[in-house]
Design a protein around this ligand. Structure first.
Ligand code: NIG
Ligand code: FE
Length: 419
């Protein structure tokens, strides 16, 4: 990482997407408002945004800067906030990928003991140091693509030691920087093999022992659970998430990925921050989310990577006024796809989100969904200076150049990141 200048000016910004707006997740038509400024400039002081706007109006501040960066007419946006990842795991599942291409389904592989369970086996055997090396590699892929904040879940341990080890790896990534990490406990990812036939006992252990311990250690800010077939029922999910709520953790929920159900209603009832996936969500579920202010986190890369056709109904969600978020779901099974720009391309092409809506969903709305909307997600005075200087000059190109290696220059906390 480079040195941090006391006062830094970014000038010659062809298009500055500030994402300035109300201090909450954007809904409806607000999702198309990017706070665009032509010929912009950004001033950074002590790692925070000191000013952002038209260059002509910031001349005096630019003259006082200690260092000036030329954006060469490019686009500047906030850093991406990836609100749903499973980036700490050992090994990969390229073998299952090949099986799926040959016609075996994700659920069939899981039912035969593969899927999440195969990553659990590898992750349990990995040392903390080895897991950190792998996680850092995944984090660096994300960072190269412009992710400056990432939520990260456990869920490949399903036993005390490995769940804690995964969360300590997230804490180590947060401590070493530069990407800001938001840790989530996902011990209720699936029932581990050794609890086969005793699922109630596993759920009770997670709720009564692991959740309080993890909360007490400060190793997670959120608790998540996978509420679906081959995972947990709504009632089991409720037991885990109620315990988490009592321990002061925020709630997230994998809901309605593979079959219609009432996970979204549960998220609404418990006041969860987010309900994620929602490929098969019902209209009643959507109404529940809106009434409770739960943000839907859409993960189109996991639909694409499973060769499925059911994308979540993003247009309906925007029409209904939900604070839609886009995230990668990066994981070794359903979404080995760490790029936020790719998630945005799929958001546009497969779910008919406009490029402006996709950018809002990947930045400011994502920031609110991880409880950091007051600090990151837009280029506004007082916020942390986490922003990207892109090669392209128009925000629509971020999603338009699908799967292109668009590697922006990245600033986090006012420091340029060099990889
Ligand atoms: O979000 N749905 C459950 N969990 C992950 C997949 C995890 C895996 O396949 O390893 C998901 O898609
Ligand atoms: Fe997930």
């Amino acid at each position: 990482m480079d040195k941090q200048e006391a006062r830094l000016a970014i000038v010659n910004i062809g298009q500055l997407a500030t994402l300035a707006g109300p201090r909450r997740a954007r809904v409806g038509a607000e999702m198309r408002e990017l706070g665009l400024v032509a010929d912009g400039a950004v001033l950074v002081e002590s790692g925070r945004i000191a000013a952002a706007g038209r260059r002509s109006e910031l001349r005096a501040e630019i003259d006082r800067a200690d260092a000036v960066v030329d954006a060469e007419g490019g686009l500047v946006t906030p850093g991406f906030v990836d609100a749903h990842t499973h980036l700490v795991f050992a090994g990969n599942r390229a073998g299952e990928y090949e099986q799926r291409i040959a016609g075996v389904s994700y659920q069939e592989i899981a039912a035969a003991g593969g899927g999440i369970q195969s990553t659990v086996a590898l992750t349990r055997r990995a040392t903390e140091a080895a897991l950190l090396v792998e996680a850092r590699r995944h984090r660096d892929w994300m960072l190269r693509g412009g992710t400056t904040t990432a939520e990260a879940k456990s869920g490949y341990g399903l036993e005390r030691e490995t769940e804690l080890r995964q969360l300590r790896v997230v804490a180590a990534l947060e401590a070493e920087g530069p990407v800001r990490m938001v840790p989530t406990l996902l011990a209720a990812h699936t029932v581990p093999k050794e609890f086969a036939g005793r699922r109630g006992e596993y759920v009770r252990w997670v709720a009564e022992e692991l959740v309080p311990e993890v909360a007490g250690l400060g190793l997670a800010r959120y608790c998540d659970a996978f509420c679906d077939d081959h995972a947990f029922t709504v009632e089991e999910t409720r037991v885990v998430l109620e315990a988490a709520k009592q321990c002061g953790l925020g709630l997230r929920l994998h809901a309605e990925q593979f079959r219609p159900g009432t996970g979204a209603e549960l998220a609404a009832e418990l006041g969860a921050a987010t309900a994620d996936h929602l490929e098969m969500v019902t209209e009643a579920g959507l109404i529940g989310l809106r009434e409770a202010g739960v943000q839907p986190v859409l993960l189109p890369a996991s639909v694409f990577c499973l060769s499925r056709a059911e994308y979540p109904p993003a247009r309906r969600m925007i029409e209904m006024g939900l604070g839609v978020v886009l995230a990668t779901d990066f994981n070794p099974g359903s979404a080995p796809a760490p790029s936020m720009a790719f998630a945005m391309s799929l958001g546009c092409l497969a779910m008919r989100m406009l490029p402006s809506e996709a950018l809002v969903a990947a930045t400011i709305n994502a920031a609110y969904s991880v409880g950091m909307g007051g600090d990151v997600g837009s280029i506004e005075v007082g916020k942390r200076a986490d922003f990207l200087v892109h090669e392209c000059g128009d925000y629509r190109e971020l999603a338009y150049f699908a799967a292109a290696p668009l590697c922006p220059r990245v600033w986090i906390g006012g420091r340029e990141v060099t990889l």
